[in-house]
Design a protein. Structure first.
Length: 56
């Protein structure tokens, strides 16, 4: 897929959260740690993989 560049800019914890495939993923982190980046990256990957919006 074409999301490798997106993953490269994430730190190891962000990448772990983005690549998590469980039904629910809790992102618990301090201010400024990249929670919004994780959510946007995860959404982008869903879109690139053509995952149904209903599952998002």
């Amino acid at each position: 897929m074409h999301y490798e560049k997106e993953l490269e800019r994430l730190n190891e914890y962000q990448r772990e959260a983005v690549l998590d495939e469980s039904d629910a993923c809790v992102v618990n982190a301090n201010v400024g740690s990249g929670k919004t980046t994780v959510l946007i990256s995860k959404s982008c990957i869903f879109i690139m993989q053509k995952i149904s919006v209903i599952k998002i």
